[in-house]
Design a protein around this ligand. Structure first.
Ligand code: DAH
Length: 340
């Protein structure tokens, strides 16, 4: 019996020396042929039952040694075949691991978004509520309730997009004040950031831009409160050294009204090309709420006073970042956006 074992061993060694060691499948076939369920080594083990009992231990030992030998050789051959396969793959598809990978571009927040967040943060800290209002308004909210009757010449201050009869794309965020006053009882403070629309298009005016309205109503609110809040706000936006000035102006919804300027952010107030030599830049309008506006919203103007203000976010962004054209802010041009 032991000759059978020895002869199978040399047959195996012979076959193994002929097998293509780079071929994993060929090596695996050899494994099945010898060690599989119906394999040649397995067969030898099965034959043990036909032997007399006293021969079995010695026989079993020899077959098991052969089995371990075959298993080890096959194992080695499989490793060799796997390495060969890997080397083949690597040589076919050479990968230069020193090349830069495909970068994942990271976006950034839009400068207008940043400024809006900054404004909301500032006023929220002072107890202002935020009301985004609506882009489409009726004539009442955009004009009439704001003390601007149909034939009032101040309607020409803003070239409005008219939709249906009595419906407009809001030309300013001031109308949100009216909605707010209709639904809230004083005292209150609120801001209303949002998009506004005007028939206007040049380097510094766009048909759509963003504004932020503000309104404070309480007993004994004076123009001094307005100046205090807005001065603080300008310092927040443009730094501690910025100066503010209030010029008398006219808006139908405030009386008295003012236009607020800040010292030129480019020359610090000395006068330059950007501020046309004046040292000042216009930032927004403001004033004490006109009693007629209170009346339109059912608020007692004998008891309450208030102030309101409105300014453009695009203009602030342009000053902040020295942006020469307002249209860049909505152009979606990646070369522009990547700078922020
Ligand atoms: N609504 C004005 C505009 O769009 C800005 C403004 C001026 C708002 C004075 C106000 C204000 O609340 O009091 O030009």
């Amino acid at each position: 019996m032991s000759e059978n074992i020895n002869s199978l061993k040399s047959t195996f060694e012979n076959e193994l020396s002929l097998v293509d060691l780079t071929n994993k499948e060929a090596v695996d076939n050899l494994r099945v042929k010898y060690l599989g369920k119906k394999g040649l080594v397995t067969d030898l083990l099965k034959q043990m039952g036909t032997l007399p009992a006293e021969e079995r231990p010695a026989y079993g030992k020899l077959v098991n040694e052969l089995k371990a030998f075959v298993a080890e050789k096959i194992e080695q051959a499989i490793t060799t075949a796997q390495e060969a396969e890997l080397n083949k793959k690597l040589s076919e598809g050479y990968v230069d691991v020193s090349l830069p990978g495909n970068g994942i571009p990271v976006g950034s927040t839009h400068p207008l978004y940043d400024i809006r967040e900054e404004i909301i943060d500032f006023f929220a800290q002072m107890g202002f509520e935020v009301d985004f209002g609506r882009d489409i308004e009726t004539d009442w909210y955009n004009f009439e309730a704001l003390n601007t009757p149909p034939d009032h010449p101040s309607r020409d201050m803003q070239d409005t997009f008219y939709m249906d009869e009595g419906v407009v794309l809001r030309s300013h965020t001031s109308g949100t004040q009216i909605h707010y006053m209709e639904t809230h009882k004083p005292p209150f403070r609120m801001i209303a950031p949002g998009h506004v629309f005007r028939v206007d298009n040049d380097a510094t005016h766009a048909p759509m831009f963003q504004q932020c309205e503000g309104l404070v109503v309480d007993e004994n609110i004076s123009f001094a409160h307005l100046k205090g809040v807005l001065q603080l706000f300008m310092k927040k936006l443009f730094g501690e050294n910025v100066k503010t000035r209030f010029r008398p102006s006219f808006f139908p919804f405030t009386e008295p009204s003012a236009e607020m300027d800040v010292s030129c952010v480019f020359c610090g107030g000395n006068g330059c090309r950007r501020c046309k030599g004046t040292g000042w830049m216009e930032i927004g309008g403001c004033g004490s709420v006109d009693p007629n506006v209170f009346k339109n919203c059912g608020i007692d103007s004998e008891k309450y006073t208030g102030f309101a203000f409105g300014f453009g976010l695009d203009r602030i962004a342009m000053l902040r970042h020295s942006i020469p054209e307002i249209s860049l802010l909505t152009s979606n041009d990646q070369r522009f956006l990547e700078q922020f």
